[in-house]
Design a protein around this ligand. Structure first.
Ligand SMILES: *Cc1c(COP(=O)(O)O)cnc(C)c1O
Length: 427
């Protein structure tokens, strides 16, 4: 008997034996039931397979009770828990030194729901003035309608941060490395200000990745990722992760909105329906395996590119925290573990027209407004991430029309340099 026939005869997987298929059933029925779970093996798959199953089946009501209550390991429904998503969450929690990590269908889902998990109507947020555009937009346009106010500060000015704290402040929100000028936040000092004020520190660590910085080590309470970027690293997944410090996890299982931050996060993710798909979680696991290799190489290439650009006559300024004359150099040395990341920006001296020509003449390097992939890409902050600001606001934020942001990839550095060298001739 072949494995398939045995499964047919009810000797295969338990769920097959429970509902073995009658050989005489009709084609419509066969189409639904044939071929179920034929694989039995004493060896294990070396790589976690994809559990593309929206639901899991039970032997009995009592088994459902046990699984539901967490007394027996098992899964019920993939929006609530899925092996691939769970595997990814465990991996990120381990990388991060977190008590628990929760995966979301995008970085924005992770950010907005994490904020909602820590806030109620009447609460207040102190946030960095320079933030990812959509994050800022939620704080400016959506949260006030829910009774949540936000004060924006220069996050590098600790006195300004302290002065913005109110009795109702629950969260300080910042990015480890800001976009597009690569300013590095003083996480330890910000955690201290937050905790003294009875608030939590939330850090969007997307640009740094856990290879360079683990904010929980510096006192952060919740670490946020657009996993779309470095964690995945191949520009083929949209996903987010929130990781909670060990002290903010646990509590009663299923306590939902009244539990720890991790419990609330889980509750909001599951019930607002922000769970990622098993396929995406699987791809992200695959990306994660090479995270350290990629980020180290990207950091090395970015450092070399920053030196090249700094010496180029058509470039008026380079923003990279690894440059010794960067105002963020010392802070970056402290927080980025001796590397400085794969992100840099530079100003073309001839302004918008020069930047336009550079972007148009780059050949290998594509103009793609995302970051963190294996291929080097460029973006134009003025036209993309900071498009919604007025010209005045952009100038105040230090974002000139000639500014180009580079997400440096893992190619051979000589090829990256050659492409920028030829493109800059047209600036
Ligand atoms: C891309 C990005 C986000 C948003 O993540 P999505 O996966 O696009 O939802 C948030 N923060 C930072 C710093 C980002 O770069």
């Amino acid at each position: 008997m072949s494995i398939e026939e045995r499964a047919w005869a009810g000797e295969g997987h338990r769920s097959v034996s429970r509902n073995s298929l009658n050989r005489n059933c009709r084609i419509d029925t066969k189409a639904v039931h044939a071929g179920a779970h034929p694989v039995q093996s004493v060896t294990h798959p070396h790589v976690h397979p994809i559990y593309a199953s929206a639901v899991f089946s039970f032997e009995s009501l009592s088994q459902l009770d046990e699984v539901w209550e967490g007394k027996t390991p098992g899964y019920v429904y993939s929006r609530m828990k899925n092996p691939n998503v769970e595997c990814l969450e465990k991996a990120v929690a381990e990388l991060e030194g977190a008590g628990e990590a929760i995966a979301f269908s995008s970085g924005m889902a992770a950010i907005t729901l994490s904020l909602l998990a820590g806030l109620e109507s009447g609460d207040h947020v102190v946030a960095a003035r320079v933030l990812y555009g959509a994050t800022r937009s939620i704080l400016v346009n959506d949260f006030p309608k829910r009774g949540i106010q936000c004060t924006f500060v220069n996050i590098l000015d600790l006195d300004e941060v302290r002065a913005a704290m109110k009795p109702e402040t629950r969260i300080i929100l910042c990015e480890t490395v800001s976009n597009p000028l690569m300013e590095v936040a003083d996480l330890e000092a910000l955690a201290d200000i937050a905790h003294r004020g009875g608030a939590m520190l939330y850090v969007d660590n997307t640009f740094a990745s856990p290879v360079l910085c683990r904010p929980i080590d510096y006192g952060a309470d919740v670490v946020l990722y657009s996993a779309t970027k470095y964690l995945n690293g191949h520009d083929d997944v949209t996903m987010g992760v929130a990781a909670a410090a060990p002290g903010l996890c646990g509590g009663q299982r299923g306590s939902g909105v009244s539990g720890s931050i991790a419990e609330k996060l889980r509750y909001l993710c599951v019930n607002y329906g922000a769970t990622p798909s098993p396929f995406d979680a699987w791809l992200l696991m695959r990306g994660l395996r090479t995270l350290a290799l990629r980020v180290n190489r990207q950091s090395e290439n970015a450092f070399r590119l920053s030196l090249f650009l700094k010496g180029h006559p058509k470039v008026s300024r380079v923003y990279y925290p690894g440059l010794e004359d960067s105002p963020h150099y010392l802070q970056a040395r402290k927080y980025l573990g001796g590397h400085f990341g794969g992100m840099l920006s530079f100003e073309v001296a001839s302004g918008l027209s020069g930047a336009t020509r550079v972007i148009e003449h780059l050949e290998m390097v594509k103009f793609a407004p995302s970051l963190g992939g294996v291929a080097t890409t460029v973006s134009h902050p003025g036209k993309t991430s900071h498009r919604s600001l007025s010209e005045d606001e952009r100038r105040q934020a230090g974002i000139s029309d000639g500014l180009i942001r580079v997400s440096v990839g893992i190619e051979d550095f000589k090829d990256i340099r050659a492409d920028f060298e030829q493109a800059l001739q047209h600036a």
